[in-house]
Design a protein around this ligand. Sequence first.
Ligand SMILES: [Zn+2]
Length: 334
Amino acid sequence: MKSFYLIFLLILATAIAACGDPSENNAVSPDAAPELVGNEQVQGRGANKDNWWDALPRPEWSAFEKVEQSEDWFEVYRVDDDIYAIYEPGQFEEVISFLIIGEDFALMFDTGLGIGNIRIVVDQLTDLDVVVLNSHTHYDHIGGNHLFDTIYGTDLEYTRRRALGSLPEAVADFLQEGWVWKPFPQGFSKSAYRSRAFTISKIVGEGDQIDIGGRVLEILHTPGHAPDSICLIDRENRILFTGDSFYLAPLYTHIPGGSFADYASTAARLSGLAGSIDRALTSHNVPVVDGRYMTALGQAFADIQSGNANDYTISDGLREYQFDGFSVIVKEQQ
Ligand SMILES: [Zn+2]
Protein backbone atom coordinates (compact mmCIF):
# COMPACT_ATOMS: atom_id res chain seq x y z
CA MET A 1 0.00 0.00 0.00
CA LYS A 2 2.69 2.43 1.06
CA SER A 3 5.03 1.68 -1.86
CA PHE A 4 2.11 2.04 -4.25
CA TYR A 5 1.45 5.43 -2.72
CA LEU A 6 5.08 6.52 -3.09
CA ILE A 7 5.15 5.44 -6.73
CA PHE A 8 1.97 7.42 -7.27
CA LEU A 9 3.60 10.49 -5.70
CA LEU A 10 6.67 10.04 -7.86
CA ILE A 11 4.56 9.93 -11.01
CA LEU A 12 2.61 12.95 -9.83
CA ALA A 13 5.79 14.89 -9.02
CA THR A 14 7.24 14.02 -12.44
CA ALA A 15 4.06 15.15 -14.15
CA ILE A 16 4.08 18.42 -12.21
CA ALA A 17 7.76 19.01 -12.97
CA ALA A 18 6.99 18.47 -16.64
CA CYS A 19 4.46 21.30 -16.49
CA GLY A 20 7.31 23.78 -16.19
CA ASP A 21 8.07 26.62 -13.88
CA PRO A 22 4.95 27.78 -12.01
CA SER A 23 6.27 31.35 -12.20
CA GLU A 24 5.34 31.33 -15.87
CA ASN A 25 1.71 31.53 -14.81
CA ASN A 26 1.42 34.67 -12.80
CA ALA A 27 -2.34 34.44 -12.54
CA VAL A 28 -2.82 31.64 -10.07
CA SER A 29 -6.35 30.33 -9.97
CA PRO A 30 -7.68 28.26 -7.08
CA ASP A 31 -7.79 25.34 -9.52
CA ALA A 32 -4.02 25.52 -9.72
CA ALA A 33 -3.62 24.75 -6.02
CA PRO A 34 -1.00 22.02 -5.95
CA GLU A 35 -1.61 18.49 -4.89
CA LEU A 36 2.04 17.74 -4.43
CA VAL A 37 1.97 15.63 -1.33
CA GLY A 38 -0.50 13.68 0.72
CA ASN A 39 -0.90 13.63 4.45
CA GLU A 40 0.46 10.11 4.83
CA GLN A 41 3.85 11.42 3.81
CA VAL A 42 3.99 14.67 5.70
CA GLN A 43 2.41 13.82 9.01
CA GLY A 44 3.89 11.71 11.73
CA ARG A 45 3.14 14.82 13.75
CA GLY A 46 0.13 16.11 15.60
CA ALA A 47 -1.97 13.33 17.07
CA ASN A 48 0.07 10.63 15.35
CA LYS A 49 3.38 11.19 17.05
CA ASP A 50 4.31 7.53 17.48
CA ASN A 51 7.39 6.58 15.49
CA TRP A 52 7.36 9.93 13.74
CA TRP A 53 10.93 9.25 12.57
CA ASP A 54 9.62 6.54 10.24
CA ALA A 55 8.91 9.43 7.84
CA LEU A 56 12.65 10.25 7.75
CA PRO A 57 14.55 11.00 5.69
CA ARG A 58 11.86 13.06 4.08
CA PRO A 59 12.39 12.70 0.34
CA GLU A 60 12.08 16.43 -0.38
CA TRP A 61 15.54 17.06 1.10
CA SER A 62 17.24 14.96 -1.57
CA ALA A 63 16.58 17.76 -4.08
CA PHE A 64 19.22 19.90 -2.34
CA GLU A 65 22.97 19.80 -1.96
CA LYS A 66 23.98 18.67 1.53
CA VAL A 67 26.73 20.82 3.02
CA GLU A 68 29.33 19.16 5.20
CA GLN A 69 29.94 20.73 8.60
CA SER A 70 31.15 19.55 11.96
CA GLU A 71 28.00 19.35 14.10
CA ASP A 72 26.20 15.99 13.89
CA TRP A 73 23.06 17.31 15.54
CA PHE A 74 22.36 19.45 12.45
CA GLU A 75 22.05 18.79 8.75
CA VAL A 76 22.71 21.69 6.40
CA TYR A 77 21.39 21.98 2.85
CA ARG A 78 21.88 24.67 0.26
CA VAL A 79 18.31 25.38 -0.84
CA ASP A 80 19.09 28.33 -3.10
CA ASP A 81 21.97 30.66 -3.96
CA ASP A 82 23.12 31.99 -0.61
CA ILE A 83 20.31 30.37 1.38
CA TYR A 84 21.07 27.48 3.71
CA ALA A 85 18.53 25.40 5.60
CA ILE A 86 19.88 24.28 8.97
CA TYR A 87 17.74 21.29 9.91
CA GLU A 88 17.35 19.41 13.20
CA PRO A 89 15.89 16.05 12.15
CA GLY A 90 16.80 14.31 15.42
CA GLN A 91 13.97 15.90 17.38
CA PHE A 92 10.26 15.65 16.76
CA GLU A 93 9.84 19.32 15.80
CA GLU A 94 12.22 18.85 12.85
CA VAL A 95 12.80 22.56 13.05
CA ILE A 96 14.52 24.40 10.20
CA SER A 97 16.46 27.65 10.59
CA PHE A 98 17.56 29.58 7.52
CA LEU A 99 20.85 31.39 6.97
CA ILE A 100 20.46 33.99 4.22
CA ILE A 101 23.79 35.39 3.08
CA GLY A 102 23.92 38.87 1.61
CA GLU A 103 26.81 40.93 0.29
CA ASP A 104 26.95 43.05 3.46
CA PHE A 105 25.81 40.72 6.22
CA ALA A 106 23.94 37.50 6.82
CA LEU A 107 20.49 37.05 8.31
CA MET A 108 19.63 34.07 10.48
CA PHE A 109 15.89 33.46 10.33
CA ASP A 110 15.57 31.51 13.61
CA THR A 111 18.17 29.70 15.65
CA GLY A 112 16.57 26.33 16.38
CA LEU A 113 16.09 24.29 19.52
CA GLY A 114 19.28 25.20 21.35
CA ILE A 115 20.23 21.52 21.77
CA GLY A 116 23.22 21.73 19.40
CA ASN A 117 25.43 24.80 18.98
CA ILE A 118 24.10 26.43 15.81
CA ARG A 119 26.72 29.20 16.01
CA ILE A 120 29.47 26.70 15.22
CA VAL A 121 27.54 25.69 12.09
CA VAL A 122 26.92 29.28 10.99
CA ASP A 123 30.58 30.18 11.43
CA GLN A 124 31.46 27.43 8.97
CA LEU A 125 29.05 28.86 6.39
CA THR A 126 29.91 32.57 6.47
CA ASP A 127 32.54 35.04 7.68
CA LEU A 128 30.07 37.92 7.56
CA ASP A 129 28.39 39.54 10.55
CA VAL A 130 25.18 37.75 11.40
CA VAL A 131 21.88 39.31 12.40
CA VAL A 132 19.25 37.08 14.00
CA LEU A 133 15.56 37.60 13.32
CA ASN A 134 13.02 35.10 14.62
CA SER A 135 9.96 33.93 12.72
CA HIS A 136 8.34 34.00 16.17
CA THR A 137 9.60 33.36 19.66
CA HIS A 138 8.36 29.85 20.38
CA TYR A 139 11.18 28.07 22.16
CA ASP A 140 12.04 25.76 19.25
CA HIS A 141 12.99 28.79 17.12
CA ILE A 142 15.04 30.89 19.56
CA GLY A 143 17.23 28.25 21.21
CA GLY A 144 20.49 29.59 19.76
CA ASN A 145 19.68 33.33 19.99
CA HIS A 146 21.96 33.77 23.00
CA LEU A 147 24.94 32.70 20.87
CA PHE A 148 24.63 35.83 18.68
CA ASP A 149 25.28 39.51 19.39
CA THR A 150 22.76 41.18 17.09
CA ILE A 151 19.12 40.23 17.36
CA TYR A 152 16.20 42.01 15.75
CA GLY A 153 12.85 41.58 17.48
CA THR A 154 9.29 42.86 17.41
CA ASP A 155 7.97 45.44 19.84
CA LEU A 156 5.52 43.10 21.52
CA GLU A 157 5.17 42.08 25.14
CA TYR A 158 5.13 38.43 24.03
CA THR A 159 8.57 38.80 22.41
CA ARG A 160 10.00 40.70 25.38
CA ARG A 161 8.90 37.95 27.76
CA ARG A 162 10.45 35.25 25.59
CA ALA A 163 13.73 37.16 25.52
CA LEU A 164 13.97 36.73 29.30
CA GLY A 165 14.61 32.99 28.94
CA SER A 166 12.74 30.12 30.55
CA LEU A 167 12.91 27.62 33.35
CA PRO A 168 13.84 24.06 32.32
CA GLU A 169 10.20 22.96 32.80
CA ALA A 170 9.08 25.18 29.92
CA VAL A 171 11.13 23.25 27.39
CA ALA A 172 11.30 19.81 29.02
CA ASP A 173 8.69 18.46 26.58
CA PHE A 174 11.16 18.82 23.72
CA LEU A 175 13.32 16.13 25.32
CA GLN A 176 10.57 13.75 26.38
CA GLU A 177 10.59 10.05 25.64
CA GLY A 178 9.94 9.38 21.97
CA TRP A 179 10.68 12.91 20.79
CA VAL A 180 14.41 12.58 20.19
CA TRP A 181 16.09 9.77 18.29
CA LYS A 182 19.56 11.21 17.64
CA PRO A 183 22.28 11.16 20.29
CA PHE A 184 22.55 14.50 22.05
CA PRO A 185 25.64 16.55 21.20
CA GLN A 186 28.67 16.13 23.42
CA GLY A 187 28.41 18.26 26.54
CA PHE A 188 24.63 18.66 26.30
CA SER A 189 22.91 18.44 29.69
CA LYS A 190 19.27 17.39 29.72
CA SER A 191 18.72 18.77 33.22
CA ALA A 192 20.27 22.15 32.38
CA TYR A 193 18.37 22.55 29.08
CA ARG A 194 16.28 25.71 29.07
CA SER A 195 15.65 28.71 26.83
CA ARG A 196 18.50 31.15 27.42
CA ALA A 197 17.90 34.88 27.71
CA PHE A 198 18.93 37.14 24.87
CA THR A 199 19.04 40.88 24.21
CA ILE A 200 17.06 42.50 21.42
CA SER A 201 19.34 44.99 19.68
CA LYS A 202 16.83 46.55 17.33
CA ILE A 203 13.04 46.73 17.09
CA VAL A 204 11.56 45.78 13.72
CA GLY A 205 8.04 45.18 12.48
CA GLU A 206 5.47 45.19 9.71
CA GLY A 207 6.71 46.67 6.44
CA ASP A 208 10.35 47.02 7.48
CA GLN A 209 12.81 46.18 4.75
CA ILE A 210 16.09 44.55 5.65
CA ASP A 211 18.70 45.06 2.95
CA ILE A 212 21.44 42.50 3.51
CA GLY A 213 23.23 43.57 0.30
CA GLY A 214 21.97 42.19 -2.99
CA ARG A 215 18.78 40.96 -1.37
CA VAL A 216 15.95 42.80 0.38
CA LEU A 217 13.75 41.00 2.88
CA GLU A 218 10.48 42.65 3.87
CA ILE A 219 8.78 41.84 7.16
CA LEU A 220 5.10 40.91 7.20
CA HIS A 221 3.50 40.68 10.63
CA THR A 222 1.42 37.51 10.40
CA PRO A 223 -0.09 36.67 13.80
CA GLY A 224 -2.22 33.61 14.41
CA HIS A 225 0.25 30.85 15.21
CA ALA A 226 1.88 33.19 17.73
CA PRO A 227 1.31 36.90 18.45
CA ASP A 228 4.75 37.80 17.10
CA SER A 229 4.75 35.57 14.03
CA ILE A 230 6.30 37.16 10.97
CA CYS A 231 6.96 36.11 7.42
CA LEU A 232 9.74 37.48 5.22
CA ILE A 233 9.17 38.16 1.58
CA ASP A 234 11.97 38.52 -0.96
CA ARG A 235 9.93 40.10 -3.73
CA GLU A 236 12.69 40.19 -6.31
CA ASN A 237 13.41 36.48 -6.01
CA ARG A 238 9.75 35.57 -5.39
CA ILE A 239 10.47 33.73 -2.16
CA LEU A 240 8.35 33.76 1.01
CA PHE A 241 9.76 32.59 4.34
CA THR A 242 6.67 31.45 6.19
CA GLY A 243 7.98 30.58 9.65
CA ASP A 244 5.26 28.53 11.32
CA SER A 245 2.42 30.27 9.50
CA PHE A 246 2.66 27.50 6.93
CA TYR A 247 4.40 24.14 6.68
CA LEU A 248 3.43 20.65 5.54
CA ALA A 249 2.07 19.37 8.85
CA PRO A 250 -0.70 20.31 11.29
CA LEU A 251 -1.00 24.09 11.62
CA TYR A 252 -1.66 25.18 15.19
CA THR A 253 -4.27 27.83 15.88
CA HIS A 254 -5.12 26.46 19.31
CA ILE A 255 -1.99 26.87 21.40
CA PRO A 256 -1.50 29.62 24.02
CA GLY A 257 -0.89 32.91 22.23
CA GLY A 258 -2.50 31.54 19.08
CA SER A 259 -5.65 32.99 17.57
CA PHE A 260 -7.85 31.37 14.96
CA ALA A 261 -9.27 34.75 13.88
CA ASP A 262 -5.80 36.25 13.44
CA TYR A 263 -4.60 33.14 11.63
CA ALA A 264 -7.53 33.35 9.23
CA SER A 265 -6.59 36.96 8.40
CA THR A 266 -2.97 35.91 7.94
CA ALA A 267 -4.02 33.02 5.69
CA ALA A 268 -6.05 35.41 3.52
CA ARG A 269 -3.12 37.79 3.33
CA LEU A 270 -0.64 35.06 2.37
CA SER A 271 -3.09 33.73 -0.19
CA GLY A 272 -3.06 37.17 -1.78
CA LEU A 273 0.71 36.83 -2.21
CA ALA A 274 0.51 33.51 -4.07
CA GLY A 275 0.88 35.26 -7.43
CA SER A 276 3.97 37.13 -6.20
CA ILE A 277 6.00 34.13 -5.11
CA ASP A 278 7.20 30.86 -6.57
CA ARG A 279 8.45 29.19 -3.44
CA ALA A 280 7.67 29.17 0.24
CA LEU A 281 10.46 28.27 2.65
CA THR A 282 8.95 26.69 5.74
CA SER A 283 10.30 26.14 9.24
CA HIS A 284 9.42 22.50 9.96
CA ASN A 285 9.89 19.16 8.19
CA VAL A 286 10.39 20.23 4.59
CA PRO A 287 12.34 23.36 3.59
CA VAL A 288 10.78 24.42 0.29
CA VAL A 289 7.22 24.07 -0.95
CA ASP A 290 5.38 25.38 -3.97
CA GLY A 291 4.17 28.94 -3.48
CA ARG A 292 0.71 27.92 -4.62
CA TYR A 293 0.19 26.34 -1.22
CA MET A 294 -0.60 29.89 -0.06
CA THR A 295 -3.76 29.74 -2.16
CA ALA A 296 -4.63 26.43 -0.54
CA LEU A 297 -3.95 27.91 2.90
CA GLY A 298 -6.29 30.84 2.31
CA GLN A 299 -8.97 28.55 0.93
CA ALA A 300 -8.62 26.19 3.89
CA PHE A 301 -9.26 28.89 6.46
CA ALA A 302 -12.09 30.38 4.39
CA ASP A 303 -13.71 26.93 4.20
CA ILE A 304 -13.36 26.38 7.95
CA GLN A 305 -14.88 29.79 8.65
CA SER A 306 -17.80 29.25 6.30
CA GLY A 307 -18.49 25.71 7.52
CA ASN A 308 -17.53 24.18 4.19
CA ALA A 309 -14.60 22.15 5.50
CA ASN A 310 -16.05 18.76 6.30
CA ASP A 311 -13.06 16.44 6.55
CA TYR A 312 -12.15 16.61 10.22
CA THR A 313 -11.64 14.57 13.34
CA ILE A 314 -12.36 15.59 16.93
CA SER A 315 -10.32 14.71 19.99
CA ASP A 316 -9.61 16.39 23.32
CA GLY A 317 -11.73 19.42 22.45
CA LEU A 318 -9.79 20.02 19.25
CA ARG A 319 -10.87 19.73 15.67
CA GLU A 320 -8.26 18.77 13.08
CA TYR A 321 -9.29 19.66 9.54
CA GLN A 322 -7.51 17.75 6.78
CA PHE A 323 -6.36 19.37 3.55
CA ASP A 324 -3.96 18.26 0.85
CA GLY A 325 -0.53 18.26 2.45
CA PHE A 326 -1.46 19.94 5.74
CA SER A 327 -4.10 20.13 8.41
CA VAL A 328 -5.45 22.87 10.67
CA ILE A 329 -6.09 22.31 14.36
CA VAL A 330 -8.68 24.53 16.01
CA LYS A 331 -10.41 24.60 19.38
CA GLU A 332 -13.92 23.16 19.30
CA GLN A 333 -15.28 26.35 20.89
CA GLN A 334 -14.12 29.44 19.03
ZN1 LIG B 1 5.83 27.83 16.61
